[in-house]
Design a protein around this ligand. Structure first.
Ligand code: GLA
Length: 754
């Protein structure tokens, strides 16, 4: 099959390739020209997975990366390559057998195994560890068979003696530059066994020195802080043991060859799709091999498999960028928007939302919410969300969680009146729920004290006065589905804000046999996913926000079931710039819920309303302020900003993000968003704290068409360039200057291609 090739001037690549929608491309460099070979859909799927039977090697390719593995002469599946696109599977070598260096350095430690079991002389992090009933724990995996269907490859490995099988699943998202891996572990023996560690994948980096790890860490109200550090010999473990994805580490990694910048250099990256306990181990062996192993956390893990039973690990997605961290995150963002989020590319732009929490806390009632809704609608808000406090005996955080019926004192006529009113104002209505939790002071707990996770006769730790229901139990799952289904059926709800305000403790499940109890870590999340999937299937218009005291449950597993996430309970705009910078490494701006709230905020800091708006407008804009306290001037500015946001929203939510200046290293933060069709772009610029009367640095834009002319529109008088039109080349090579002065000054510039 002959690919259809066109030639483009090298200067335009890869932007031009994108603009010409040649995303299914394999790029060959030729002198002075970049030749882009666009493959048709059918030829693309044939090319996405190449297999050479005589050598037993597989080459998996996307438009921007390739990945290869092969079977060694001993039958082990070895990793061969991960990096820039290769196009010729014939080039791949059948992995040669290595020799022991010494009796302490066996050959197994030198071979990049694709999915190593714990067995034989292997001392690195295994992808799978099991224990048989008789105490035998040795597992050595060998290639058995494989199957290719379209862009899916399944490779079956089997223990060298027993019918313990692992099917490695690979899916090539050829148009999106992403490879998905997961594994199904099956007990084909006649005896029970216990899985002690079940990872989704081991990713081997190319042999090399000087790798650097990027990862996200934090805590409540300080999530997704970006870290870069050298990888040294030994292991670095990123994980959650808390039952949810966690405010601490987020299941994303980036590894670069030591010299990548925002827009240049090679970056290998990955993200797990799991909302429970997870772990990613980044390891450099004494033989200079860097490996990343990730999947279910093996801490407190023991998953029994009876004969014939199997365990499926969560998906682990990965990709490779030659355009630095910016390229890596743009790849992930597009993949999430088009392949992960419910509705994919067809899902609507996120509406401008109002949330009552910071205005009224638990003190909600029909009159107060109606008054807020009236003010909200005038600003141009599209979705009104009533937060905590509307149900049970919920006047503070000591009571009511679990009792999901409308509080009759606060809403004597139920919610219908309020919802009709909100709908009459032209807004959709959304409701806060926290289904997984219960207060001791609730009817539900009084009736079902056994429904919370617990170890009998042990204390049940309360955090925020609440306990966690054991959602691994099917009766709890059915009950919660029923409660939410009833609310969604009874009322015209467009949106649930699904909260989860504490981590697990005492994760006991006394109703099942002791050997089965630790299945809770997995079953809880499966049931959570099932409820979300069933709710969405039954109520197709219902949208869901994942919140866990802010960004405590943000990962590619939950994102297959929700439309946006609450980024952080910290809405202080300056702190947010860093939280959002880290968040954007892994997650698309479209899902990043960001509110404008009142000041002084966290840190006792007061930033101007325009600074707060421009910060929040870089994601899915929401307002969380107490509108009753706003002046007419505040409302006028808000109305203007919301109108502007609606204009630039397609660029922000579905465009390409270029992080031009980082809040970690500069006195300014600058981010630029370019719409997918290149017609609209917006630049947000923030000055944190000016010193010595220095001017803000010149902003050189990216991702524009250098031959095009753009109409440049300042939203205020802070843009120094006064020409209404500038070329892409000028904007990218000379740049723009903004007059940002003092503390917390901000502006935005809108560009429209002429
Ligand atoms: C959590 C959320 C907040 C709010 C409160 C309500 O803290 O993150 O946004 O919904 O719960 O109790």
């Amino acid at each position: 099959m002959k690919p259809n090739c066109i030639s483009l001037p090298r200067r335009l690549t890869p932007l031009a390739a994108r603009q010409h929608s040649i995303l299914k491309a394999i790029m060959h460099r030729a002198a002075g020209l970049a030749v882009v070979c666009a493959l048709g859909a059918s030829s693309l799927s044939a090319q996405a997975i190449q297999y050479i039977e005589s050598r037993k090697v597989w080459l998996l390719s996307t438009g921007q990366s390739s990945y290869a593995m092969g079977v060694g002469t001993d039958g082990a599946l070895r990793h061969l390559y991960w990096g820039a696109p290769l196009w010729r599977a014939e080039d791949l070598q059948t992995p040669a057998e290595r020799r022991d260096i010494s009796s302490f350095d066996p050959r197994q430690m030198l071979e990049a195994e694709e999915f190593p079991g714990w067995g034989g002389p292997r001392y690195y992090e295994p992808a799978l560890k099991i224990a048989r009933e008789n105490g035998d724990r040795d597992l050595v995996l060998r290639y058995l068979s494989h199957r290719i269907q379209h862009n899916d490859l399944d490779i079956v490995l089997k223990d060298l003696r027993d019918p313990i099988e692992v099917t490695l699943h690979y899916r090539v998202y050829a148009d999106h530059g992403i490879l998905r891996r997961s594994a199904t572990i099956r007990n084909g023996t006649a005896k029970a066994l216990t899985v002690e560690s079940a990872q989704s994948a081991t990713w081997n980096l190319p042999p090399g020195e000087g790798y650097q790890l990027s990862y996200l860490s934090g805590r409540w109200a300080a999530e997704t802080q970006l870290n870069h550090e050298p990888i040294h010999e030994g292991s670095k473990v990123l994980e959650s043991r808390k039952g949810h994805t966690s405010h601490n580490f987020n299941p994303w990694f980036g590894i670069d060859a030591g010299n990548a910048t925002e827009e240049n250099g090679r970056v290998w990256f990955g993200a797990l799709g799991w909302s429970g306990n997870w772990r990613i181990t980044v390891e450099q062996t004494p033989y200079r091999q860097v490996r990343v192993t990730g999947g279910l956390n093996s801490f407190d893990f023991a998953y029994p498999l009876k004969p014939g039973e199997s365990l499926e690990t969560p998906p682990f997605y990965a990709g490779f960028s030659q355009s630095g961290f910016g390229g890596a995150s743009r790849t992930l963002h597009r993949f999430e928007r088009e392949q992960i989020l419910p509705g994919g590319a067809t899902s609507r732009l996120r509406p401008v939302l109002y949330n009552s929490w910071e205005a009224t806390t638990f003190n909600v009632n029909e009159a107060g919410q109606t008054a807020l809704a009236d003010k909200t609608a005038k600003l141009g808000v599209e979705l009104f969300v009533m937060d905590d406090g509307w149900f049970g005996a919920r006047n503070d955080d000591h009571a009511g969680l679990g009792d999901w019926f409308v509080n009759p004192q606060k809403f004597p006529q139920g919610l219908k009146g309020l919802i009709d009113h909100v709908n009459g104002l032209g807004m959709d209505f959304g409701l806060w729920v926290e289904p997984e939790m219960v207060n001791a002071n609730s009817d539900l707990y009084r009736k079902h004290p056994d429904w919370v996770m617990n170890f009998p006769e042990r204390p049940r730790s309360e955090l925020r006065n609440q306990m966690v229901l054991n959602l691994a139990r099917d009766d709890v799952k059915e009950y919660l589905f029923g409660v939410l289904d009833k609310l969604a059926s009874e009322y015209n709800l467009r949106y649930f804000k699904w909260d989860m305000n504490r981590s697990f403790s005492e994760p006991g499940w006394p109703e099942v046999a002791p050997a089965e109890q630790r299945k809770l870590w997995v079953q809880y999340d499966r049931n959570l996913y099932e409820i979300l999937d069933r709710l969405r299937a039954k109520h197709p218009k219902l949208e869901i926000e994942s919140c866990s005291g802010g960004g405590g449950r943000v990962d590619l597993g939950i994102l297959q079931r929700v439309d946006e996430v609450w980024t952080s309970d910290n809405t202080e705009a300056f702190d947010r710039l860093r939280i959002q910078e880290g968040f954007s490494q892994a997650y698309a701006p479209k899902i990043m819920s960001a509110w404008v709230t009142d000041v002084p905020n966290m840190n006792g800091r007061s930033t101007p309303l325009a600074f707060r708006f421009l910060t929040a407008m870089q994601g899915a804009l929401g307002i969380g302020a107490n509108l009753n306290h706003w002046t007419d001037q505040d409302s006028a500015l808000a109305t203007q900003m919301i109108a502007l946001y609606k204009r630039i929203r397609p660029a922000v939510q579905t465009g390409n993000l270029y992080r031009l200046a980082s809040p970690r290293t500069n006195d300014v933060t600058v981010n630029q968003y370019v719409a997918g069709d290149g017609k609209l772009a917006v630049v947000f610029a923030f000055r944190h704290s000016q010193q010595y009367d220095t001017a803000a640095p010149t902003i050189r834009l990216r991702g524009l068409d250098e031959r095009a002319v753009y109409r440049v529109e300042a939203i205020d008088n802070k843009l120094i360039e006064k020409q209404p039109e500038l070329s892409g080349a000028y904007l990218m090579d000379v740049g723009l200057n903004v007059n940002l002065r003092g503390d917390f000054d901000a502006t935005a510039v809108v560009l429209e291609r002429q």
